[in-house]
Design a protein around this ligand. Structure first.
Ligand code: AIR
Length: 204
């Protein structure tokens, strides 16, 4: 069985590797519990859509240039792991973190934002009742956050951060947006041209 201390040791030894930044995960996706996985699936979907690959072994990166990793890190059950994740994030080559947590004490995003600062953290409140807890940061301690459950947008925001440095990510974001725009245009034309009744009967 993996102990929290094993995971902390792993993060610290990853940090000491001084790995080539092209081989480290670019986006870290963390969540307070594996019960958050469904709510966080949007982040993985968006990253997959943008051509990011999942890195499951820090020492053995996938061929794709842009990658993400994921861990469960609980601010309350495993505070030491949260500290280790935030403190090693820069040395492990992460450029941006997407952090989700639920319940009324959803502290993982805001605490990670403070610990990993100045690495940007995009917070995802897993439920409506988590929103205040995620976004309520004091002046001088920033977090960027999306609305409850909007993990897809959180990952797009993370990619936007990366795009300032990587033209390739910018190109993928623009392509994604053009696809979205084209989809709305096609739907709009069909609604108009078929008429409401026929559209409802045949579209999709
Ligand atoms: N949570 C886990 N550790 C600290 C917090 N705040 C959150 C998780 C999850 C909720 O508590 O992010 O949304 C319930 O977790 P569980 O594991 O009981 O299902």
């Amino acid at each position: 069985m993996t102990a929290v201390t094993d995971l902390i040791d792993r993060l610290e030894s990853d940090a000491e590797r001084d790995a080539d930044p092209e081989t480290t995960p670019d986006v870290g996706v963390i969540m307070g519990s594996d019960s958050d996985l469904d709510a966080m699936q949007g982040a993985f979907d968006a990253l997959d859509e943008l051509g990011f690959a999942e890195q499951t072994d820090f020492a053995d990166p996938p061929a794709a240039r842009f990658t993400y990793e994921s861990y469960v890190v609980s601010a309350h059950r495993t505070p030491e792991l949260m500290y280790a994740y935030g403190e090693t994030a820069a040395e492990r080559g992460l450029d941006v973190i997407v952090a989700g947590a639920g319940g009324k004490s959803a502290d993982l995003p805001n605490m990670t934002a403070s610990i990993a600062y100045p690495i940007p953290v995009i917070g995802v409140p897993v439920q409506e009742k988590s929103v205040d807890s995620v976004i309520g940061m004091p002046t001088g301690a920033p977090i960027v956050a999306v609305d409850a459950g909007k993990s897809f947008n959180a990952a797009l925001s993370a990619a936007q951060v990366l795009a300032r440095e990587h033209d390739e990510v910018e190109r993928r974001l623009v392509d994604y947006h053009e696809g979205l725009t084209g989809g709305v245009a096609e739907t709009s034309a069909n609604l108009h041209d078929l008429g409401v009744e026929e559209f409802r009967r045949t579209w999709n």
